[in-house]
Design a protein around this ligand. Sequence first.
Ligand SMILES: Nc1ncnc2c1ncn2[C@@H]1O[C@H](COP(=O)(O)OP(=O)(O)OP(=O)(O)O)[C@@H](O)[C@H]1O
Ligand SMILES: [Mg+2]
Length: 340
Amino acid sequence: MSLIEVRNLVKKFPIRGGVLNRVVNNVHAVRGVTFDIASGETVGVVGESGCGKSTLGKCLIRLIEPTEGLVAYEGEEITGLSHSELMPYRRKMQIVFQDPYSSLNPRLTVQATLAEAIKLHGVVKQSGSAMDDYIDELMRQVGLRPDDKVKFPHEFSGGQRQRIGIARALSVRPDFIVADEPVSALDVSIQAQVLNLMKKLREELGLTMMFISHDLKVVEHFCDRVLVMYLGYVVEEVRTDDLDNTAQHPYTRALLGANPIDDPDDRRPLVILQGDVPSPINPPPGCPFAGRCPLVMDRCREKMPPLEVKNGAPVACWAVEDGKAPEPLTRAGSRSPASA
Ligand SMILES: Nc1ncnc2c1ncn2[C@@H]1O[C@H](COP(=O)(O)OP(=O)(O)OP(=O)(O)O)[C@@H](O)[C@H]1O
Ligand SMILES: [Mg+2]
């Protein structure tokens, strides 16, 4: 069953200017995105900087208001709910941010940070021994010493701070977590530890997740399915278990080819994408990837292809033909932080 349904989601950020401070233009951050997330599933969102990943994640949990479209949670439309109607969903849907430091209040101890959310949502009603026990258990769950709950964020390492960010998200017993580049700010050696922790917790708690990353390799190991974004569009939706053979969009395939290969015997050149992504202000008509695409045709510059099922999975590309599966990619097995 779908836990989350997203239909034609659009987010434009107005740009104001002139003496009257009128809206003179818009940043087209998310441009009509439709997908579902099944209960218990982890869906990755991958794409380059500025393609709309964080905006999409925040619209899903209504940290920002979408311009158009709808989001439903367990069949209930949450776009359009008032602040008070939204409160139960605020508890069920949590977010873990990229930068654990700036997302934690530096003046609060870990204990105080956790207690704040726990009380707000009434998970434990008030401070006291029940609260202490609950926080100790949370600390243990994320691999921190309960005694360290009296410390302040600056007293922890980056990886430990991200564990606190995870504990804060889990403290209100959510069903769904948006993890927005949760390990990108961490050292590679620490990334694997945090990813493994998230995997463990996901299984133990039966969490549903949206996992945002610019690294397809990490997404491939961590997620069941991936949405590939390009300048506000989802251009492909594909399962991660056999990406080399099933990824159809030329952009996804370029990303796969561009993965650094850490096998010293492999001397194949990396496929590095040439050219720039167009601006999200006044984006050109047609497919935004056209300027960098090896398969580009005239039609691509005129009209954006719809996301439609071809060869069994949704893809938005005029060059991909139904009934003609993509050539398999040859790619050397490279290690990812998730499997290190
Ligand atoms: N509050 C805002 N006001 C105006 N423009 C914004 C705002 N937030 C995001 N944008 C713009 O919307 C577009 C999408 O941004 P978003 O942060 O969602 O991208 P992203 O894929 O998460 O990028 P990154 O990988 O760098 O985190 C970008 O062009 C960004 O500059
Ligand atoms: Mg982002």
